[in-house]
Write a new protein. Structure first.
Length: 328
């Protein structure tokens, strides 16, 4: 007769269905039963994994550079939409009798060479600069992301065509191209300037988007979606684009300040916006001959332009630090 095994009441060896045993190695006080709520042993609900965007937002809220730049940009957006909140005058109302005069009660920034209130023109000039910057950035971002994503996803001939086309556009000097293309335009609106910036600015975003898409499409979750029969449109929009858009956002945010500076440069040279459009570049250009006699005419619009460009560049740097996993 086979030898009887001892009972398992006081043993840490539990019988298995195959006749063997499994060492539970249970320490004193431990139990095999799961918590009644199905959660972890601490009793709290399982914490949800944080995404890149939630981590980025958490870091941005703690970044003083992001807070300061966001407040400045928010102020600029508000006065761009409703300039009459802080400036009750008309930027086109001028009095030659007050030309080049300094600060006076009700006119803290003085008057320009035509007798127009500098303070009012600085406030209304924010609308033009913000409009040009935002519209140019949206156009460049959409066009560049579309072309770059398609080229990076499909490769082959589209990728080769995009590479050669971007090389051509990168070979065109921006300021010189603006002087040539915008000098033949008589429109006083901002749209010719915006169109020029989109025309010469999309290759940079396209290359960033192309490289990001090439990196993202090699990940395992994209290959799994492809193996499950997902269409190219679904893979590109659902799986690749959300994970490849971060570098595009960073570059576009920094480029927004560059487009504002470019508009002021072209307007200063006489090829950008034209009167009666109110622009910081136009005011700086008209005040440059009087820099010694009436420096206030150039000081205030140039200061507003510098603060605006700096705010957007600081915002872009903060977003870059938050979205770059290598900096964590």
């Amino acid at each position: 007769m086979p030898e009887q095994q001892p009972p398992y009441e006081d043993s840490a060896i539990a019988p298995t269905g195959a006749g063997g045993g499994t060492d539970l190695a249970m320490s004193e006080g431990e139990t095999l039963e799961k918590p009644l709520g199905g959660g972890p042993s601490e009793g709290g609900p399982a914490a949800k994994p944080r995404s890149l965007w939630s981590d980025a937002w958490r870091d941005l809220r703690r970044n003083p550079v992001f807070i300061v730049s966001s407040l400045v940009i928010l102020f600029l957006v508000v006065i761009s939409l409703w300039p009459s909140l802080i400036a009750s005058g008309n930027p086109l109302s001028c009095d030659l009798a007050k030309a080049q005069q300094g600060s006076q009660p009700g006119h803290p920034f003085g008057f320009n060479g035509q007798g127009c209130d500098v303070y009012t023109r600085v406030v209304y000039g924010a609308r033009t600069s913000v409009t040009v910057g935002v519209c140019a950035t949206l156009g460049v971002g959409i066009l560049g992301s579309l072309f770059g994503s398609l080229a990076g996803f499909f490769g082959g001939l589209p990728d080769s065509l995009l590479s050669r086309l971007t090389d051509i556009f990168f070979g065109i000097p921006v300021v010189l191209g603006g002087l040539v293309l915008l000098s033949v335009v008589d429109s006083t609106t901002v749209w010719p300037v915006v169109g020029f910036m989109v025309l010469l600015g999309w290759p940079q975003i396209a290359r960033i988007a192309r490289g990001s898409v090439i990196t993202a499409k090699q990940n395992d979750y994209v290959q799994a979606a492809r193996a499950l029969g997902a269409s190219n449109t679904r893979m590109l929009l659902r799986h690749i684009a959300p994970n490849a858009i971060a570098p595009v956002i960073v570059v576009a945010t920094i480029a927004l300040g560059t487009y504002i500076s470019l508009e002021a440069t072209l307007s200063y040279l006489g090829a950008g916006l034209k009167p009666p459009t109110v622009s910081w570049g136009i005011d700086i250009s008209s005040a440059s001959p009087y820099i010694r006699n009436a420096p206030h005419m150039m000081l205030w619009p140039a200061g507003a332009l510098a603060i605006t460009v700096l705010a957007f560049i600081m915002l872009g740097d903060a977003v870059r630090d938050a979205l770059d996993p290598k900096l964590r």
